[in-house]
Design a protein around this ligand. Structure first.
Ligand SMILES: O=C(O)c1ccccc1NCC(=O)[C@H](O)[C@H](O)COP(=O)(O)O
Length: 230
């Protein structure tokens, strides 16, 4: 089992976000989708990259996504897809956000945003991550997502050393991703990092790729002291 890379107490003291946002990613089939939606995450993510074991394929139908409660933001995850194809899928499934996990450029982020979509640009973070390289993306993204590096563009189940984020210099808020499991919830709850807006949960809560275990999702939410919105 991956362990938290550090204790929250060792992190610098920054203002805590009022309530950490939570995204549960890699949803596909109706039963676990609806059970997880009942727990009231802020975002639900759907993988539209055919190479992923969590690819939605024909299992996720547009009516399932359209039928979600309004309070849940719907996020489509793409890897090096054309703007036209992302836009077509976003329209069909009623997506609010697109999350880009490949070599998408700042110009493509801007194009997608101009269509009314909100943009999350994901980056794999290693020890010597160059935050300066994010500068051109800053005006065109609503969130960044910082994930571990691995063989796949996402969903690797690996935790990276979050201390890298102590030096985060930009005004764009970000989601912390990578191998988070219920065992991490208590640390995440008190995490103090500049720019941290929320967390992203995926393979650490699964029964099988694309099938979340609602009990593990609930255990994470409980562990971080998350209650349903009033
Ligand atoms: O999850 C996938 O299979 C995936 C494949 C290709 C691009 C992105 C993908 N996931 C995007 C996410 O937002 C994941 O939640 C993130 O990578 C963290 O995953 P995990 O390490 O399994 O918690």
């Amino acid at each position: 089992m991956p362990t938290p890379p550090l204790s929250a107490a060792s992190l610098p003291s920054e203002d805590l976000p009022a309530r950490l946002l939570v995204k549960v990613c890699g949803m596909r089939e109706a039963a676990s989708l609806n059970a997880v939606a009942d727990l009231e995450p802020d975002f639900l993510g759907f993988i539209f990259s055919p190479a992923s074991p969590r690819y939605v394929g024909d299992v996720l139908t547009p009516d399932l996504v359209h039928g979600l409660p309004d309070r849940v933001q719907r996020v489509g995850v793409f890897v090096n897809e054309s703007t036209a194809q992302v836009q077509a899928i976003a329209f069909r499934f009623g997506l609010d956000f697109v999350q880009l996990h490949g070599q998408e450029t700042p110009a493509q982020c801007a194009e997608l945003r101009a269509t009314g979509l909100r943009v999350i640009k994901a980056f794999g973070v290693g020890e010597a991550f160059d935050f300066d390289a994010l500068g051109p993306y800053v005006p065109h993204c609503d969130y960044f997502l910082f994930d571990a590096q691995g063989p796949a563009p996402g969903g690797n189940g690996r935790v990276f050393d979050w201390r890298v984020l102590e030096k985060y210099p930009w005004p764009v808020p970000y989601l912390l991703a990578g191998g988070l499991r219920p065992e991490h919830a208590a640390v995440v709850r008190n995490l103090r990092l500049p720019g941290l807006a929320g967390i992203d949960l995926n393979s650490g809560l699964e029964i099988a790729p694309g099938v979340k275990d609602p009990a593990r999702v609930a255990a994470f939410f409980d562990g971080m002291g998350r209650t349903k919105a009033a």
